[in-house]
Design a protein around this ligand. Structure first.
Ligand SMILES: C[S@@+](CC[C@H](N)C(=O)[O-])C[C@H]1O[C@@H](n2cnc3c(N)ncnc32)[C@H](O)[C@@H]1O
Length: 251
């Protein structure tokens, strides 16, 4: 997120989450990760300001390394950790999830909501596999086609924004090729897009239109953001985020 127009950050940084998701979805994916130790070692890659990091801290007794490339988001998470007294359990850091520095075989659960696309799914699977102990889990969410008949306008939009979008089966095939067992997968419900993401984003865009009314470049960024929301409002049944839960086979 570092080469984008500054208004992009003004939109995204204050949002409760930086991508679709909800505590319910985090809890549902976590429940699929059977056999975790009582205090699992967790890594949350592309944590943003840490909505799901804090949920994982509440839902487990584990320790969490939360990594993101964008320092202001990590600073927001660090403040939230201090406010909640979680310094002993949650460690935020600025880093590149494509080149994790954690000890191999040391992690019980790798987590990543809406971020793996930034480095590519195959790259993410290859980079995160060695961190997991045998029997450890990987849970991540990623955009996918949910139907195979997208309207032309939507197809053109995704061709421009993320041509790698594919059916969930394509991600599952990559996971199996990388050696993972598939534990389960499920699409995120509409509320996970709207409640903590698009609804506050719409409000934020409206506020910023007033602030940047004389700045055409800023307004273009805000137009693109509104277009993204509009696409989902019109065609949201054709694509969505899917949570994938995988397991590195036990040795
Ligand atoms: C769509 S946001 C999702 C954030 C958060 N997981 C959530 O759902 O609210 C993707 C995040 O990935 C981070 N990111 C992108 N590339 C990264 C990289 N190579 N290493 C670490 N974080 C990265 C971005 O800074 C951004 O915060």
């Amino acid at each position: 997120m570092s080469d984008l127009h500054p208004v992009f950050y003004e939109v995204f940084e204050p949002l409760p989450r930086q991508g679709p998701g909800s505590r319910e979805c985090t809890a549902r994916a976590l429940a699929l990760c059977r056999g975790l130790p009582p205090a699992p070692r967790i890594v949350d890659f592309g944590c943003g300001r840490g909505a799901q990091t804090l949920d994982l801290a509440a839902l487990t007794d584990g320790t969490i390394d939360a990594v993101d490339a964008h320092p202001p988001l990590v600073e927001r998470l660090a403040r939230a950790i201090d406010e909640r007294g979680l310094q002993g359990r949650v460690r935020p850091s600025v880093g590149d999830m494509a080149q994790p520095t954690l000890e191999h075989g040391s992690v019980d659960l790798v987590w990543s909501e809406g971020a793996a696309y930034a480095i590519g799914i195959a790259t993410a699977l290859a980079a995160w596999w060695p961190l997991l102990r045998p029997g450890g889990h990987l849970a991540f969410s990623h955009v996918a086609w949910l139907r195979d008949d997208p309207p032309a306008a939507l197809r053109a939009y995704w061709q421009r924004e993320y041509p790698g979008i594919a059916a969930p089966e394509a991600t599952l095939a990559l996971a199996r090729e990388a050696g993972f067992e598939v534990v389960g997968h499920f699409p995120l419900p509409a509320a996970a897009w709207w409640d903590d993401f698009y609804a506050p984003m719409e409000t934020r865009v409206r506020e910023l239109r007033a602030v940047h009314a004389a700045d055409p470049e800023a307004l273009a960024v805000l137009d693109a953001t509104d277009e993204e929301i509009d696409m989902h409002r019109r065609f949201g049944e054709h694509y969505g985020y899917v949570f994938f839960v995988l397991r590195r086979p036990a040795a």
